[in-house]
Design a binder for this molecule. Structure first.
Ligand SMILES: Nc1nc2c(ncn2[C@@H]2O[C@H](COP(=O)(O)OP(=O)(O)OP(=O)(O)O)[C@@H](O)[C@H]2O)c(=O)[nH]1
Ligand SMILES: [Mg+2]
Length: 412
């Protein structure tokens, strides 16, 4: 059912969210497809399309790569930002992790600034319950200007609340975040000019982003909205307001920092109003464990030891089952050879069959199967214990020096 082009009769819904919050799990549950899921960030690297229908309406769901912010820093984040901004989706579902809602709200607010047609899907409610985190979904919805909020545990299904929310979603205005007077003043100057080309609700967001001279965003504008770059009056006004801001000590970085600070502080306030957490021994134990597994002094040595143990188990440990398998399979070779001889099979058939096909197969199985049967379960255990994102965190610093990021360590 995978489709790469979106049919005109279907309503396109973007599925966005931070990395590793369960977007692909939601996507698979709704569309019946099998997007790659796993417990580490950065599995989805390009958008995938799938379809589903609900109450007679046809939807095309677009599973986007995980992104922390729409100030894109990586290629995956650019894909997500461009689709949310220029993809022409009717609505966006922002999937959040109920166990760390505050961080996720940053993206929710940024998406709401682009479009009011957002459903907030708070996933991993089961994990939140285990950690004694209570989220007041109604309060959250009212803090987000009435955007529908649903709580789900996508891994165990039960996504009809999300389907209902999409079905009853009515068009809404984008959220208006209030920035400093200097920023508001220049946005007011740019807005009418941007609106001429983009009359829909993301004009204010576009005006804000034009101020921040981001190269990747300029490339996206060139691709999706070239008229903004070609409008001489707009470019002149942009030049004037930028130099005015510059004279008042506003560089692109200061501008971004101010915008981010407003979003972060709003997210913090919303979180405090909507989330209550009963501190329990399990949560404290998790925090202690986190400190040990990700601190500089203990995190790296533990990681090296664990990875070395997995490699040692795979390489040395595999020798024993390898020997057993090879002894078993090669003794079977003699049995097969004698059986065929007894049955009167000709030599021209027996030699390629037994000494060629069977012997090669026996070698491959006895050499390759044991390391795989040891390595993959070990890796899955580390994944299920949630250790892989911690490896990504520990290695992020090293990888950044090579202009990469920690999560690439996992595929490496
Ligand atoms: N306990 C629990 N785990 C879940 C739930 N939903 C998803 N998961 C798990 O969370 C992990 C991440 O899920 P994905 O669907 O791959 O997350 P994603 O947001 O697509 O991740 P990226 O594509 O890397 O950004 C997987 O191990 C899922 O099995 C849930 O409701 N409860
Ligand atoms: Mg995914």
């Amino acid at each position: 059912m995978r489709t790469d082009t979106v049919s005109a009769e279907t309503e396109t819904i973007a599925l966005a969210g931070n990395p590793n919050v369960g977007k692909s799990t939601v996507f698979n549950a709704l569309t019946g497809l099998h997007q790659h899921t796993g417990n580490w960030p950065g599995k989805t690297v390009e958008s995938a399309h799938g379809q589903f229908s609900y109450r007679g309406r046809q939807y095309t769901l677009v599973d986007l790569p995980g992104t922390y912010s729409l100030f894109a820093h990586s290629a995956e984040e650019t894909v997500a930002r461009d689709f949310l901004c220029f993809g022409g989706a009717r609505a966006a579902v922002v999937v959040c992790d109920a166990t760390c809602l505050e961080r996720n709200l940053n993206l929710v607010l940024q998406t709401l600034e682009i479009t009011g047609n957002v459903v907030v899907c708070v996933n991993l409610m089961d994990e939140a319950e285990k950690k004694h985190i209570h989220i007041d979904l109604e309060q959250l919805s009212s803090e987000l200007g009435g955007a529908p909020v649903v709580g789900v545990s996508a891994r165990s299904g039960g996504l009809s609340v999300l389907e209902d929310a999409l079905d009853t979603l009515s068009p809404r205005e984008a959220m208006h975040m209030e920035y400093s007077p200097q920023i508001e003043q220049v946005v007011a100057q740019l807005l009418p000019l941007v609106q001429q080309h983009c009359p829909d609700c993301c004009a204010r967001w576009l005006a804000l982003r034009l101020l921040d001279s981001d190269k990747s965003f300029a490339e996206s504008l060139h691709r999706f909205c070239p008229q903004l770059l070609q409008d001489q009056k707009l470019q002149q006004t942009l030049h004037t307001v930028k130099s005015h801001l510059h004279q008042n000590g506003f560089s692109s970085d200061t501008l971004r920092d101010q915008i981010t600070a407003v979003l972060v502080s709003r997210a913090e306030k919303i979180y405090q109003k909507c989330v209550t957490r009963t501190v329990c021994s399990a949560a404290e134990r998790d925090q202690k464990l986190d400190r040990i597994l990700t601190s500089r002094r203990t995190g790296i040595p533990i990681m090296l030891l664990l990875l070395a143990a997995v490699l040692w188990l795979t390489i040395t440990g595999a020798n024993y089952p390898s020997e057993l398998l090879s002894a078993g399979l090669f003794s079977l070779q003699d049995v097969l050879w004698n059986a065929l001889l007894h049955a009167g099979a000709p030599m021209w058939l027996m030699k390629p069959l037994i000494l060629g096909v069977y012997r090669t197969l026996a070698w491959v199985i006895s050499v390759m199967l044991p390391p795989m049967a040891i390595f993959f379960p070990c890796f899955t255990l580390l994944e299920d214990f949630g250790y892989l994102p911690r490896v990504a965190f520990n290695l992020d610093h090293c990888f950044q020096r090579a202009h990469a990021c920690g999560k690439q360590a996992l595929t490496m």
